[in-house]
Design a protein around this ligand. Structure first.
Ligand code: B16
Ligand code: MG
Length: 217
């Protein structure tokens, strides 16, 4: 049976959260706002605009539209200096093996990310061609937990939502997959991702047999 496997990017394929952290911290500190690892957690899966809104709220800061746009651009430029140094070694363990298995078995493979930099990152780590369909922050109007990003990917692959499997590291992403009636697989902490149908710490814990079972459902 052909199924679609939709992958989130940050936290699933690569760990770009550490670069978002460095770039947001620099930006926040430059306007006098503290920025901790815990706060960075709260920005996972959240769009760039919404992330800056949250940081400003934490610092009780109000800005003009113009200044807001300026800060967003600053953060992204800084983030891209890290992205530009990325290569294949940053692909998280176990991911390549599963992608290869899915390709060999002619399953649908898509990316469903909130990031506007998703295509650039996939090119840097040499995975751009591994995805038949890419839906990212430049293609959607509604952010996760809205299911738009995943539903859009399923449509492009012409596969019913019920036959889609989503890999996600954020709570909002798991909720998006569940709302779309897709099979949700959490990558991370069981306690945090408790709404997911299955949870694994990382891809090294996902066996080919498990994937095979999903394709036969
Ligand atoms: P950008 P994902 C998300 O990627 C990140 O988790 C989130 O921290 C980031 O703010 C968002 O992309 C937007 O990223 O600034 O590159 O457009 O997890 O949905 O792949
Ligand atoms: Mg993510």
């Amino acid at each position: 049976n052909k199924k679609a496997f939709i992958f989130d990017l940050d936290g699933v394929i690569v760990d770009t959260a550490k670069y978002h952290f460095l770039a947001w911290k620099k930006l926040a500190n430059s306007i006098g706002v503290d920025f901790t690892e815990e706060q960075n957690e709260q920005l996972k899966g959240v769009s760039r605009v919404r992330s800056l809104e949250k940081i400003l709220a934490w610092g009780n800061i109000e800005l003009s539209e113009e200044k807001f746009m300026e800060l967003m651009a600053k953060k992204n430029n800084d983030y891209l200096t890290y992205v530009n140094q990325m290569d294949e070694s940053e692909i998280l363990p176990g991911v390549t093996r599963i992608l290869a298995y899915l390709a060999e078995n002619e399953q649908g493979i898509a990316l469903g990310s909130a990031s506007k930099n998703a295509r650039t990152i996939l090119q840097k780590v040499n995975l751009y061609d591994a995805f038949e369909v890419i839906v990212d922050g430049t293609n959607v109007t509604k952010a996760k937990p809205d299911p738009e990003v995943f539903v859009n990917a399923a449509k492009q692959l012409s596969i019913e939502n019920e036959n889609c499997v989503v890999f996600e590291d954020s709570v909002a992403g798991i909720q998006a997959a569940n709302t779309a009636k897709m099979i949700s697989i959490g990558i991370g902490d069981k306690e945090v991702l408790k709404e997911a149908d299955y949870v694994f710490n990382d891809f090294t814990e996902i066996s080919v047999d498990f994937i095979k079972e999903l394709t036969m459902k």
